[in-house]
Design a protein around this ligand. Structure first.
Ligand code: ADP
Ligand code: MG
Length: 540
């Protein structure tokens, strides 16, 4: 019979605990703590039901209201616990006699549980259940013999009662725990969803409002994502882009560079940058600078590539303009020297022509011709430098370019009492370049060297092969040199120490050298001189 009463009591208790939890979890689960008062009261009502379903044993009437009270204290704190307990006490008083033991017992438990709560408030609710139930057993064992003057007589009965309360605490505790766990899972899921939505919205905001072109490329070079900016910048809709291959989009002269860069990226797994032209829907070409980043998947293999491209047409135009104006200023500066230089051969020629006129002195024609050729070289170099030119990369002989430049600068050097000492390895030095730009680099560097040597002297120019098959052109002057701390600033725009300097010369040199995949280095000692070395990859 006891077992039967046990089962009925526990089943009803379990039903009463689980029903509101299930209902709540179907609406919007919230932690029980948010309705401490109401849950405490509800637990009191549950206790009333438990009181109404007591089990009788050996002249005693017992119920498991203390399961509800312990759970209430453990999960909701002393306020809710006292509400539950007081509600249960009132029901108990209505239900049967023996008021004093019930009142005294409850007061002692309420006080001890409340004090205990202060020490265990940081424990998890499950641990608190253990501690409170332990305390309950302890109080029960001490109080019951005093108040009821029983215990020693029927230990088995009291043991059964305590087991019964414990089962109630376990069943109720498990149900509350599973509800709270569900709550935590749902809130975690919701907050993850919110974070995900927020970050997705952020990325959408960026990709939809940037004027940069963003594409995601898969392993086989197929593009899986085009940012909406493509329509704005290139005029194609996303659906159209999916059907156009790079052979149509990328400029024929740049397609090899494009394919090689992508290939290298997948092979070397390193970020790459490239400049290339893409076709606008209306047919014209736009210049882009792209940064390509590999995205590693499992097995550290490149799974995707993210390519961000920026329209650099405006920047290119500005650079072009700067280059052109710097070039013209150099031409202007050189013109004075050239004019001076041309005057000397002209005087000679004039003299000989006068002689020629009088006695047909054939012997002087060779000299005459060579002077004329000299004027021709200087003027044509000057003209070709000043002329804006289409950008044409071609295979060119470095030695010729250096010699032409030295010829052009000879007048300037002569005026400053400077001699060029030109030496080179006797092998072929071919590079792929825009000849005029490379000459401009040499002119800028030689001009700096001339300007650094106020008292004249030698400037040594040497062309040789480097250790890795590249070529090295070095310019050694013995001028005033550059303080060591200023070396890193060379090449910054408008950085000049000269009264009439522009500070653009070296900046343009750096730019051109970089475009030609070269490297420039400086070694300098103050008042001793400067060594400038330029390396270029050779073309076979
Ligand atoms: P600018 O010649 O118009 O001043 P550059 O960019 O050509 O501009 O050079 C920047 C600065 O670098 C110069 O002002 C000068 O101080 C220093 N510099 C460059 N080359 C040399 C050199 N060979 N010897 C000493 N100083 C140099
Ligand atoms: Mg300069």
């Amino acid at each position: 019979m006891i077992l039967f009463d046990y089962i009925i009591n526990l089943s009803i208790f379990s039903l009463l605990v689980s029903t509101p939890l299930v209902i709540r979890s179907l609406i919007i689960p919230k932690p029980l703590k948010q309705f401490r008062f109401w849950v405490g009261l509800y637990a009191g009502i549950v206790a009333t039901f438990l009181i109404a379903l007591p089990y009788h044993l050996q002249d005693y009437t017992y119920d498991i209201r203390y399961s509800a009270i312990i759970l209430s204290f453990a999960y909701l704190g002393p306020v809710a616990g006292i509400i539950t307990g007081s509600f249960a006490l009132i029901s108990r008083l209505f239900a049967s006699g023996q008021w004093y033991p019930a009142i005294i017992g409850w007061i002692i438990i309420a006080v001890i549980f409340s004090i205990l709560h202060k020490f265990i408030s940081r424990y998890t609710p499950v641990k608190r259940c253990f501690v409170l139930f332990g305390a309950y057993i302890f109080i029960y064992i001490i109080l019951v013999p005093i108040i009821f003057n029983v215990f020693g007589d029927r230990p088995l009965f009291h043991f059964q009662y305590l087991v019964f309360v414990m089962l109630g605490v376990i069943i109720g505790g498990l149900q509350i725990e599973s509800y709270e766990k569900l709550y935590r899972i749902i809130t975690e899921k919701n907050s993850m969803k919110k974070i995900l939505q927020a970050s997705e919205a952020k990325y959408r905001l960026i990709t939809e409002n940037t004027s940069d072109l963003i594409v995601v490329m898969g392993k086989k070079g197929l593009i899986s994502y085009f940012s909406p900016s493509h329509e704005l910048v290139l005029g194609y809709k996303e659906s159209e882009l999916k059907n156009i291959g790079p052979d149509v989009m990328v400029h024929p002269d740049d397609i090899d560079l494009y394919k090689n860069t992508i290939k290298m990226l997948f092979e070397n797994k390193e970020s790459q940058t490239m400049e290339f032209r893409l076709r606008h829907q209306q047919g014209h070409w736009i210049e882009f600078e792209s940064s390509c980043k590999p995205v590693m998947g499992e097995n550290s293999k490149v799974e995707h590539t993210v390519i961000v491209s920026r329209d650099i047409s405006e920047r290119k135009k500005a650079e072009e303009y700067l280059l052109q104006s710097e070039k013209l200023s150099i031409v202007g500066e050189l013109a004075a020297g050239v004019a001076h230089e041309i005057r000397n051969p002209l005087t000679t020629i004039k003299g000989f022509v006068q002689l020629y006129k009088s006695d047909h002195a054939i012997a002087f024609t060779d000299l005459l011709l060579s002077e004329l050729e000299r004027i021709e070289t200087i003027t044509s170099e000057l003209l070709s430098l000043g002329k804006p030119q289409a950008h044409l990369m071609s295979r060119a002989n470095l030695r010729d370019m250096i010699e032409n430049t030295l010829n052009l600068l000879l007048p300037q050097a002569n005026m400053n009492n400077i001699q060029f000492k030109w030496s080179y390895d006797h092998t072929a030095f071919f590079i792929t370049c825009e000849q005029n730009q490379i000459k401009q680099v040499f002119i800028n560097i030689l001009k700096n060297a001339i300007e650094a040597m106020n008292e004249g002297g030698d400037i040594e120019i040497n062309l040789r092969k480097g250790a890795e098959g590249e070529c090295i052109i070095s310019f050694q002057d013995y001028g005033n040199g550059i303080p060591e701390e200023l070396l890193p600033r060379l090449g910054e725009p408008f950085y000049t120490l000269k009264e009439k300097g522009t500070g653009l010369g070296l900046m343009i040199c750096h730019k051109i050298i970089k475009q030609h995949h070269g490297v420039i280095t400086y070694k300098s000692k103050e008042s001793e001189g400067t060594l400038v070395e330029i390396m270029f990859p050779l073309t076979s």
